[in-house]
Design a protein around this ligand. Structure first.
Ligand SMILES: [Ca+2]
Length: 192
């Protein structure tokens, strides 16, 4: 930096500092906090931010700013025991989200036989036309259910595009042989 630039930087800093420390008389500032001007990210614009600007005076480069993008996510974990002939429904809000992934685990119990159960998924509850799909899955018996611990296993995973304000999933344990309860876990992971 030559002496002209140095002198100009010094003058500029002097003016900015003088303005920064001039008390506001008669009214409060109407300027809004601008995070782009908070160079040291401490939540306030003060002399430290001006100092950073002064030190960088005269430098040149690419004006593209690095920006960190964070995606909103939400995760739910449910578990329940479904008696023979009954069903279990779980419902979550999907407002503001775009993608939803479910993982379902189901098992019958120690030394119990496997049983076919039925799963329904949909956005907005109760209207058949709003179902995304329905399908069979097998609730396995222990120790056939060898992935341990059982609650951590994902027997089935599905990913959907969110098309409604609520997602619901229903697991039916049909009134059919073997006449036993089902232990089931549902994980729902949604992202914006
Ligand atoms: Ca600051």
């Amino acid at each position: 930096m030559n002496w002209k630039n140095y002198l100009m930087a010094l003058c500029l800093c002097g003016i900015i500092l003088a303005l920064a420390f001039t008390p506001l008389i008669g009214s409060q500032t109407t300027w809004q906090y601008d995070p782009w001007l908070d160079y040291n990210d401490d939540g306030k614009i003060d002399a430290k931010d001006i100092g950073i600007t002064c030190r960088a005076f005269g430098t040149k480069g690419d004006p593209v700013k690095p920006v960190m993008v964070t995606y909103q996510t939400c995760e739910y974990n449910f578990s329940n025991t479904i008696p023979n002939g009954q069903y279990w429904t779980v419902e979550v809000s999907t407002i503001g989200f775009r993608t939803l992934t479910i993982s379902i685990s189901a098992y019958t119990g120690l030394y119990q036989p496997s049983k076919t159960i039925h799963v329904y998924t949909g956005f907005e509850r109760g209207v058949h036309s709003n179902w995304i799909e329905d399908f069979d899955m097998t609730a396995k018996g222990l120790p056939e259910y060898v992935i341990s611990p059982p609650g951590k296993a994902n027997d089935l995973t599905r990913t959907y595009t969110v098309t409604g304000s609520k997602f619901w999933i229903c697991i039916s344990n049909p009134d059919a042989s073997p006449y036993i309860s089902i232990s089931a876990q549902i994980s729902i992971y949604i992202t914006a």
